[in-house]
Design a protein around this ligand. Structure first.
Ligand code: NAD
Ligand code: 6OD
Length: 491
């Protein structure tokens, strides 16, 4: 290191209980000011293989011999340690993502601990079917299902809620007795390696949790999905990436669980609690700078309240404070990268060329300090686009929405469902018959009434159409991460 240059930390792979460098490194940037905050060890094909072999071996070791009660106790220890090192996890997540410290403290890190606790508790109590079966000769048989681990699970995750989404998959996989090789996003590698320290301290045997850093194609992501000794792939990310992974794993017929993109609608009826609906929709559009798969990018508002709603949403957008992620009052951090900012800004330009009326924002904020080197955008609200416009059809993944009027419930349902995605929707009404009725007609994995991103981790979570394959959450996760073996005994 040259004199005067700033020391940046190293983020290492974690293979078979050891933190290891790679032959190559890549830079990890803080999106708030573009500075390099760490050098990340990129795992090559041989290291991904080491990680998979370590995971395979760990399936036959101490981990396999632990009672379910003891396995669950260790997962609770992981949750305790995340909570014990709360500030370090928050700091790492904020530096990697640029998200406001208030958000990481209230959502990302508490949910990581909760993911371990929920699945640790569930695995101790989850039952399985059993049937007493009458055979043709009039005798009886007893059928009962047994839960066994799937084996080595490859876990590939995105950058928007890095630790939350990683632990959402790792916790149930470990609860079911599997071992994992995790490939976190190249944009946000820090908390996966920090979790490795916690895993080690919590008595999880070496080889059970492995981390390989790198990119997708021709790097750690693809090496993992191609690996013949990986038994299942669980993936969260873009729909197109899901399609590429599906192609790769097709030849070996591995089980996959895919949580993919969305183009989610909010439907606001004139009989809504107006202030609640404005606040709720604003949160659904702008939280995490719009970088949550569940975020709303299409807002449909009953015509009677359309102008008033658009004006109120505009005021909300304009009141959001962008700036230092470390400032507790900051609402909006940057986008994740220069490349992602260019993608979002290209949609801002496209909206105008497709004929949209710009209601709010739509540019790049100026700070007059180092944040001008960061990847910030202003939140943006548009109206007036045709339903066929690309900005209404394609996932943008930024703090942006298009607002359109509707005249009837039937029309609103048709508009909300007119998408190839099917992840989430929210419905805003005080009519308690209409709320559930419309929610049930939404072609999505989750429909909220008068709320958004309110989660019970026992419920099914996933998407229809381009938004995914399968359901995770509660027993759905346990069933994906298990091989169910039916035993039939002639009585
Ligand atoms: P991405 O698909 O670009 O990357 C996700 C992960 O896949 C990264 O770790 C990446 O390195 C890896 N990857 C990329 N190409 C690969 C390949 N060919 N083989 C193996 N691995 C590969 O997604 P992103 O940009 O990190 O995240 C944003 C996207 O994720 C958005 O579309 C968002 O909607 C979606 N998302 C969905 C959910 C959900 O629950 N449905 C949750 C969060 C994010
Ligand atoms: O809350 C969850 O469990 C979950 N998987 C959220 C996904 C958010 C997408 O960005």
């Amino acid at each position: 290191m040259r004199r005067g240059s700033r020391q940046v930390k190293s983020i290492l792979n974690y293979i078979n209980g050891r933190f290891v460098r790679g032959k190559r490194e890549f830079a990890d940037r803080n999106p708030a000011d573009g500075t390099v905050i760490a050098q990340v060890a990129e795992a090559d094909q041989a290291q991904v293989d080491d990680a998979v072999q370590a995971a395979r071996q760990a399936l036959r070791g101490e981990w396999a011999r632990l009672s379910v009660r003891e396995r669950a106790a260790r997962l609770h220890r992981v949750a305790d340690s995340i909570e014990g090192q709360f500030d370090s996890f928050v700091a790492a997540e904020v530096a990697d993502t640029g998200k406001p410290v208030a958000l990481a403290s209230r959502l990302d890190i508490p949910r990581a601990a909760a993911n371990f606790r929920v699945f640790a508790d569930l695995i101790k109590t989850a039952g399985l079917e059993s049937f007493q079966t009458e055979s043709p000769d009039g005798k009886n048989a007893l059928n009962y299902a047994v839960r066994k681990p799937l084996g080595v699970v490859g876990v590939i995750t995105p950058w928007n809620l890095p630790l939350l989404l990683l632990t959402w998959k790792v916790a149930p996989a470990l609860a079911c007795g599997n071992t994992v090789v995790v490939k976190p996003s190249e944009e946000t590698p820090a908390t996966a390696t920090l979790l490795a320290e916690v895993i080690k301290q919590s008595g999880i045997p070496d080889g059970v949790y492995n981390v390989v850093h790198g990119f997708g194609p021709n790097s750690a992501g693809e090496f993992l999905t191609q690996h013949p000794d990986v038994d299942a792939i669980t993936f969260t990310g873009e729909s197109q990436t899901g399609a590429a992974i599906m192609k790769t794993v097709a030849a070996s017929v591995k089980p996959v669980s895919f949580e993919l993109g969305g183009k989610n609608a909010a439907v606001v009826f004139a009989d809504c609690d107006f202030d609640d609906a404005v606040s709720g929709v604003a949160e659904a559009v702008f939280l995490n700078t719009g970088q949550i798969c569940l975020c709303t990018e299409r807002v449909y508002v009953e015509r009677r309240v359309f102008d008033r709603f658009v004006e109120a949403l505009k005021r909300k957008a304009e009141s959001l404070r962008a700036g230092s992620p470390l400032e507790p009052s900051t609402d909006l951090g940057p986008l994740i990268s220069a490349q992602h900012r260019e993608k979002v800004l290209s949609y801002y330009r496209l909206a105008l060329s497709e004929g949209a009326e710009l209601i709010a924002g739509g540019g790049v904020p100026e700070f007059g300090n180092t944040f001008d080197q960061g990847f910030f955008v202003q939140p943006a609200i548009y109206t007036g686009l045709a339903e066929s416009a690309r900005c209404v059809k394609e996932e943008i993944f930024g703090p942006v929405c298009h607002v359109a009027p509707f005249d009837s419930e039937e029309e609103a349902v048709g508009l909300a469902n007119d998408t190839k995605y099917g992840l989430a929707a929210s419905i805003w009404t005080t009519n308690l018959k209409r709320g559930p009725r419309v929610a049930q007609r939404m072609n999505v994995g989750i429909a909220w009434v008068n709320c958004w991103f309110l989660r019970d981790l026992r419920t099914p979570f996933g998407g229809a159409g381009l938004s995914g394959i399968g359901r995770e959450g509660g027993l759905h996760s346990l069933n994906f991460y298990s091989e169910l073996n039916n035993v039939c005994i002639r009585l």
